[in-house]
Write a protein that binds this ligand. Structure first.
Ligand code: NAD
Ligand code: TDX
Length: 344
């Protein structure tokens, strides 16, 4: 199988590329713009280790002739490429509309033109948030209610993929996954930001009260589910991927402080994110029904492995941590009381 992996130099995409080359009978071409979120070190060595099976094309998913040519040369497109950070989307919403919406439309057009299979990677954030005490989880039938420019752009991209399925016969599946953690995640994101702070002798930073809940899944479990959908998913269907991993952000920081052997109170509350989603929770029945199961069931053990990876790879994150902290410094202040931007 010849795979075109968009966004394959980012967090989830690069983990997908490593795992796929090691475990599946496939060749992979990565199409990535190699912007701030990509790390060339994430793909280092692959061209030597897999000389006839791996290739990197540096380019933009919005470059229609390039996308058209690459899609024509492959069997399946796995579409990870996106602007992916909520805090960045609050500063520059249009960048998110351009890449996530227009870029996805271009990928869909090429896949229709060349009758190629597409798997579109999306997020649980398209459903908006849940109240802390809501007994329900997100299902494929949950209404879309995105809160941020990022989640609005991903929701729009999902709608376009479905529109191309229905109107133009696009052979596609969609997956909406919960929050991923694991190696090679950019230090702008919550877990690597706190890990790299601790490894740099600095304090973790909790938005607002820290009572917001995220539903964590190990990146390898996400990528195994993507393979299961590519191999056994039904065309036109949407699959929800999650591992029953709900934890408050304050709990996650407590686990990390414990893992590195630091004082459990050694963190600070900072300005809350505008429009901050309170809680996400995924009902993964649609993907479990395909025979997939998450393997990383012990979140604290997975966090400890992730801390070990960042400890062993400081050269991977040193520059991007600096850039991420410069971005946060423009607006973030320490707030003693932990006030929230959105109520419960
Ligand atoms: P990431 O930011 O680490 O990686 C995104 C990659 O896309 C980067 O390498 C970037 O350079 C590339 N890219 C951005 N714009 C591009 C363009 N115009 N052309 C080509 N490449 C471009 O993000 P991630 O966390 O790996 O997320 C990957 C996908 O998974 C995204 O679609 C995201 O919405 C989705 N997702 C992420 C999570 C999560 O927890 N991180 C959860 C669910 C879904
Ligand atoms: O320093 C921080 N302190 C903090 O408390 C940062 C960076 C974040 N947070 C909070 C905000 C969220 O409640 O941690 C939680 C997780 O934040 P992010 O890592 O920014 O993730 P989130 O906004 O939940 O979105 C992520 O999951 C869904 C990914 O970034 C998206 O790409 C994916 O779609």
């Amino acid at each position: 199988m010849r795979l075109l992996v968009t966004g394959g130099a980012g967090f989830i995409g690069s983990n997908f590329v490593h795992r796929s080359l090691a475990q599946h009978d496939c060749t992979i071409t990565v199409l990535d713009i190699m912007g701030y979120a990509a790390n060339p070190q994430s793909l280092a060595g692959l061209a030597d280790n897999y000389p006839s099976r791996f290739d990197l094309v540096v380019g933009d998913i919005c470059d229609k002739p390039l996308v058209d040519k690459l899609v024509a040369e492959h069997d399946v497109v796995v579409h990870f490429a996106a602007e992916s950070h909520n805090d960045q989307s609050l500063r520059d919403p249009l960048r998110f509309a351009t890449t996530n919406v227009l870029g996805t439309i271009g990928v869909c057009e090429a896949a229709v033109r060349h009758s190629k299979r597409l798997h579109h990677i999306s997020t649980d954030e398209v459903f908006g948030d849940l109240a802390f005490d809501d007994p329900h989880k997100f299902t494929p039938d949950t209404c879309y209610r995105p809160s941020s420019p990022y989640s609005a752009s991903k929701a729009s991209a999902d709608h376009f993929v479905r529109a191309y399925i229905r109107s133009f016969g696009l052979a596609a599946t969609i997956s909406n996954c919960s929050n991923n953690y694991g190696p090679r995640q950019h230090p702008e994101k919550f877990i690597p930001r706190q890990i790299t702070a601790l490894l740099s002798g600095q304090q973790p930073r909790l938005y607002g009260s820290g009572q917001h809940v995220r539903d964590w899944i190990h990146v390898d479990d996400h990528n195994d589910a993507v393979w299961k959908i590519i191999e056994s998913g039904q065309l036109g269907e949407t699959y929800l991927i999650g591992a029953d991993g709900e934890h408050t952000n304050a709990q996650v920081i407590a686990y990390l402080l414990e893992i590195v052997g630091a004082d459990p109170h050694d963190y600070v509350h900072v300005t809350d994110r505008a429009g901050h989603d309170r809680r996400y929770a995924i009902d993964a029945s649609s993907t479990l029904a395909l025979g997939w199961e998450p393997q990383h069931r012990d979140f604290r053990a997975g966090l400890a492995e992730t801390v070990a990876w960042y400890r062993e790879n400081p050269q991977w994150w040193a520059n991007s941590r600096q850039q991420a902290e410069a971005f946060y410094q423009q607006s973030e202040t320490i707030t003693g009381n932990g006030g929230d931007a959105t109520g419960s």
